[in-house]
Write a protein that binds this ligand. Structure first.
Ligand SMILES: [Zn+2]
Length: 784
């Protein structure tokens, strides 16, 4: 143990020295791939500058075999382990080159999809995912995001497939039935942003207003839905380039969907990869469309790729900015209410994260709700505080000063100092380096003499001023400040309305200006006036949300008015409806019917969740929504309208419509219908279709849906076991985890254990070490 410890310590010391004295400037990798064996045969050439006292070089390269290792064209002494390679050159010059031939069998970083699928249904692809530090699994190099270099990727591959990588396509030459593709970046970037994607794609090229070439890849068989997944693609690009105020920094911009991607998308420089579950059609567009991801990854081309954080503690500078500019794009496309609702949902995620731990945003351990949602919120507040004009100048300065370089939170603060002449250290101290968010419960009322009394409790750490909007009859609403402190306290606020001027309403933290969790308790008549007079969505939403604390008798008239307001944003109407239903308002069914029959699909989706055991007219409305304008809505409608186990009542399950419209992207509708057909009609064909959906012929989401259905049916046999083991060995961790849980559940039953033991017995000589280890871990076995 001691020896190992010293070795690790030494390794750390060597890497520290390298970070100090070597600067890699260029990487050129040539690849050939064996798709059946998931193997990479490569040759990498690296150019670097070093000071001449450097005597060793370390490169990351996981589980690789190396040969022909040269520095400045001379063979060198080298040693390697399963993490990388050390080189000891005789002497170094100011500028140097390394050349290495290698073989890799990546289990991370590069993914081979569908090449061994025996059903012949799966797409066949190869794609990469570099972030955080996984490109080292397919190309040996110094894998540090602080080291920026020009990259070039050459691939020789079957001519029936498209090959996509970073930068410009330098050349594309036939070699027999293969094509050699050569891509090259013009400007330096971090190596985690290198990418490769191979598959059968069609390509549509367009041009931005500024003349940037935009390449949209898609599956030829999904062409008819192109306008839904690449919805407003050019408009998003044009909007963001103008909004950010700095020209798009790279030579072109490509977007490529891939199967079984385990994140949403990845902003590789000039070439974003995204999960093909975003390839929506017109109906799925109302569930989860690609526009927000399109905007988010595009924003990263500036924030993350052009200016790159120095390390994980500054990660919010990537995700916060990308999310904030994504919000602005959504505001541009879908309007102010949509934008405010995004802010509200983001705030709730941040408050949830703060219930779990107290890690501040400026930490590598902050987690995604903080990196993305809180980061975007911090930028929103910064923009509100500086004013848009100054904020835009700050961002332009921040990007231009640090272009193709590295940034920290201090870089942003110093940009503010340079441009606005103000020191924002206190702001970053509070929102980036401190944990938590202000939270308070405020109970307020107006006394006869016009003096307002606020009683507030706060379980949070922050003492701060909040904006308070005060509306007096006959006057424009005024902006005031209210001091809320940590402990339970009472504050009096003199509104001085004068005798003939009644106070109409007041709002603490109007329009949710500050990221603070504030619940206001005030008389219902003031909430109602707040609702009626407010233009800001969140002031109307909070008026309804805070009615929660009132009795049905008090709030019923107000909430009915909101529920019926057809011009209102869906979330406000849904909140009012929910409170009425939950408080057992006697005419709830009428209001539910109204919502289900509205033209607002988002309201329909919320309303149907509130329907229990529908009958008569309500049942009819639910049944109609089985073919509604969203797959989530259709699924809820199917589940809500199943009428017991009577086959006659459920005959609609046998309509051909369901298999013709199985649900995009994950065949969820087909799976749900097949589940009911199996359970209600003992339909053998339906069961077989479900089993087929768990096979390697399908994407990971479809397979997971089908596994859950078979789990609900408690069905398990030899064929299912084989499909689950295949899923267990998938490098898609979500699929693998689901397979493990399902296999474990079956292993705990007598008959399930028998099937699994038999399968393990038959395969143990076929499996490789990785597979055996996984099987051992899953079942507590001891295969060798
Ligand atoms: Zn991102």
């Amino acid at each position: 143990m001691k020896i190992r410890f010293c070795f690790l310590f030494l390794l750390g010391a060597i890497r520290f020295l390298i970070a100090q004295s070597i600067d890699f400037t260029h990487l050129h990798v040539s690849l050939e791939l064996d798709t059946n064996k998931s193997a990479v045969y490569g040759k990498v050439q690296l150019a670097f500058k070093a000071d001449t006292t450097t005597d060793s070089i370390y490169l990351n390269g996981v589980n690789m075999e190396f040969e022909k290792v040269t520095v400045n064209n001379a063979e060198v002494k080298y040693a390697s382990d399963n993490k990388g390679i050390w080189l000891w050159p005789e002497e170094l010059l100011d500028s140097n080159s390394i050349s290495i031939k290698y073989t890799a069998h990546p289990r991370r970083g590069m993914f081979f999809i569908g090449w061994n699928d025996e059903t012949g249904l799966s797409r066949r692809q190869v794609w990469t995912q570099g972030q955080g530090i996984d490109n080292r699994h397919w190309v040996p190099h110094f894998d540090e995001q602080t080291d920026k270099l020009i990259t070039e990727i050459e691939v020789l591959f079957d001519s029936k497939y498209e090959v996509i990588s970073n930068g410009s396509l330098v050349s594309k030459e036939e070699e027999g039935d293969q094509i050699r593709w050569h891509y090259k970046m013009a400007k330096p970037h971090s190596s985690y942003l290198m990418m490769l994607a191979i598959g059968k794609y069609a390509l549509r090229k367009t041009v931005s207003k500024s003349g940037v070439s935009l390449w949209q890849y898609y599956y030829p068989d999904r062409e008819e839905d192109y306008k839904w997944y690449y919805y407003k693609n050019e408009e998003i690009f044009n909007f963001l380039e103008k909004e950010i105020g700095v020209p798009y920094p790279w030579e072109n911009y490509k977007q490529v969907p891939v199967q079984d991607f385990q994140h949403g998308a990845m902003e590789n420089t000039t070439a974003t990869i995204f999960g093909d579950f975003f390839l929506v059609d017109e109906v799925a567009f109302n569930d989860r469309n690609y526009t927000y991801v399109n905007a988010h990854e595009l924003a990263h081309q500036w924030f993350g790729n052009l200016v790159t954080a120095t390390g994980s503690d500054e990660h919010w500078l990537h995700e916060g900015f990308a999310t904030y500019y994504q919000w602005l794009s959504e505001k541009h496309l879908y309007g102010q209410d949509f934008f405010d609702w995004e802010r509200y949902k983001a705030a709730q995620m941040v408050f949830e994260a703060s219930k779990i731990d107290t890690v501040p945003l400026g930490s590598g351990k902050a987690g995604s709700a903080r990196f993305y949602q809180k980061g975007a919120w911090v930028l929103y507040m910064l923009s509100e505080s500086l004013g848009k004009e100054k904020f835009d100048k700050v961002i332009k300065y921040y990007l231009e000063q640090n272009a193709f370089g590295l940034v920290t939170t201090d870089s942003l603060n110093s940009a503010i100092q340079q441009v606005a002449g103000t020191d924002y250290s206190y702001f970053f101290q509070k929102w980036v380096y401190s944990s938590g968010e202000p939270a308070a419960k405020v109970t307020s009322k107006v006394k006869e003499d016009g003096v307002m009394v606020f009683n507030h409790t706060s379980d949070s750490y922050l003492n701060m001023f909040f904006d308070m909007k005060l509306a007096i009859e006959g006057q424009e609403p005024s902006k005031n400040e209210l001091w809320l402190i940590t402990d339970s306290a009472s504050t009096e606020f003199t509104s001085m309305p004068g005798q003939n001027h009644r106070c109409k309403y007041w709002i603490v933290n109007p329009n949710m200006h500050v990221l603070a969790d504030i619940t206001e308790n005030k008389p219902i008549e003031y909430l109602q006036i707040q609702y009626e007079e407010s233009l800001a969505l969140l002031d109307r939403y909070y008026a309804v949300r805070n009615a929660e604390q009132h009795s049905l008798e008090e709030k019923e008239t107000f909430l009915i008015e909101v529920t019926k307001n057809e011009s209102e944003f869906f979330s406000v109407r849904a909140e009012a409806l929910k409170q009425l239903v939950e408080a057992n308002y006697p005419k709830s069914d009428e209001l539910l019917l109204l919502a289900l029959q509205s033209k607002d699909v988002q309201l329909q989706k919320e309303a149907i969740k509130l329907v229990k055991n529908p009958e008569g007219k309500l049942m009819k409305a639910v049944a109609e929504l089985r073919k509604g304008d969203s797959y989530e809505l259709r699924e809820s409608a199917i589940n809500t309208s199943i009428a017991g186990a009577d086959p006659k009542e459920n005959a609609w399950l046998n309509d051909e419509f369901w298999m013709e419209n199985p649900g995009v992207p994950d065949n969820k509708i087909a799976v749900v219908v097949l589940l009911y057909r199996t359970a209600i009609f003992q339909d053998k064909e339906a069961l077989q279709d479900l089993i087929d959906y768990t096979s390697s012929g399908y994407d990971f989401l479809t397979r997971i849906n089908a596994m859950q259905a078979l789990g609900a049916l408690q069905y398990f046999d030899d064929e299912v076991a084989a499909n689950y083991f295949d899923a267990l060995f998938s490098l898609n961790r979500t699929l693998s985890r689901n397979a493990r849980q399902n296999l474990n559940a079956n292993y705990s039953t007598e008959s399930g254990k028998e099937v699994i033991d038999k399968y393990v017995e038959s395969q143990m000589n076929v499996w490789d070490d990785f597979q055996k280890r996984l099987v051992n871990r899953t079942f507590g076995l001891n295969l060798e």
